[in-house]
Design a protein around this ligand. Sequence first.
Ligand SMILES: [Zn+2]
Length: 491
Amino acid sequence: MRVVVYARLSVTTEESVSISRQIEAATKYADARGWEVLGEPFVDDGVSASKNKPEDRPAWRALLASARAYEAVLIWKVDRLARRVLDFLHADEALQQRGAGLVAVEDPIDMTTPQGRAFATMLAVFAEMEAAATRARVAAARRHLIRGGRAVGGAVPYGWRNVPNPQGPGMVVAKDPDRIAYVEGMAQRTFDGHTLYSTMQWLEEVGAPAPSGDRWHYSTVERLLRHPLLAGLTTFNPGNTDSHRRGTEVLRGDDGLPLVNEALAVLPLPRWRALVRLLDGRGDTSPQARPRAMRSKTSGVLSGLVWCGEHPDPVRMHRGTTQGRPSYQCPQCFQTVSSYLEECVVEKFLWAKCEYVRWNKVEFVDEGAAAMLPEIEARLQELGELITQERDRDARLALLEQVDALQELQEQGRHADPEVRLVEYGEAVSFDEAWASADDDTERRAVLGDAIERVLVRRGRPGRGSREKTAERLTFEWRFPEQVGPVEDSL
Ligand SMILES: [Zn+2]
């Protein structure tokens, strides 16, 4: 019989049998039976069996396309060729079409006879079961540790630390009392409208120890704020095999929704999601994202608040300078407003809002099942992708079951109207106090932004500008028409 030799070594070298030993064993096997080995062996080096099909591997394809007239392909073990039964049978089918069969040195298989073929299929089934069981065991062990709050490898983000598990062996994650306040401060400042850059400066000013003895960088701040641990979620990769496509996976309950460890959270989950969305909305090109020194010389106090009211849909006016003075110009009709604008806006704001409570933020507080709707939505999308990628039928069915359960929860959630409330944070502070204690333009902008949605500007009458003339041109759209307060003095 004329044969060719096929050998494969996976990327991981846990299988100790090197390419040369595989080839040597196959050659000896052929010699012992008086078979003729045709040409050089076909070798796939650094290719894992579970990651791709035989037909995707260069050497296996070369073997199938080869002009050599072989009747059998000699491999060392079945698992060199395929880890999945289907892949194995496909490979065998491709060989059959060439009138060849598969022979393994270590496994008693010989695909050149019907009995040999049946036996080989069984072996492949067992190999696949074994591989699946190993993956499941690894994932289960990790889940078990994580559910118990135990740390599983990986670095703990700034603000938390690993401490000895008070309930048993190993380590658990806990808040770092020396640092967690800085993390809370970072989140709060971001909600307040501060830039990442200004937050980074704040960290340096207050002397927050930098992570790993390095200097603070605003990308470090951003990475940290995006960490799911802020909401008490546990990140992990379930086994190594598919971590690359799942990215950051968080620990979930049986219903597929994230498990929250309240003791580790600094923000409720919906609020952390809002924080991430806030960060998503900040492009590097927005003026707010750039360091102060790089911004234009004009005051940013009204930045983004000034709109041209000369169009059916108001157009945002651009900041610039006219004759050396800060001004705003409409990019469509080119009307400008410069004299007294800032003064007029601030005056009107203080007149209208003065003693009322500053609403630092609107918060949508969803109660009951409705609160989980965004979570359910996100998980359903994720499941959709996982299902299309999953090749194993049982695993696919398990994912489909999760979809069913989540859709039921979703139905329930839709019938519960979310409750929307305005929530203030920190102390109740009136707008005029907030204005007085703001010590830079960024903070002043944040205070104004909590009161004013937009200021619409109309064309002015011709002639010399005056305070009155500018004031006449402005229409205010208030952020929250409801007034709350005045703040009572508790003397
Ligand atoms: Zn205009």
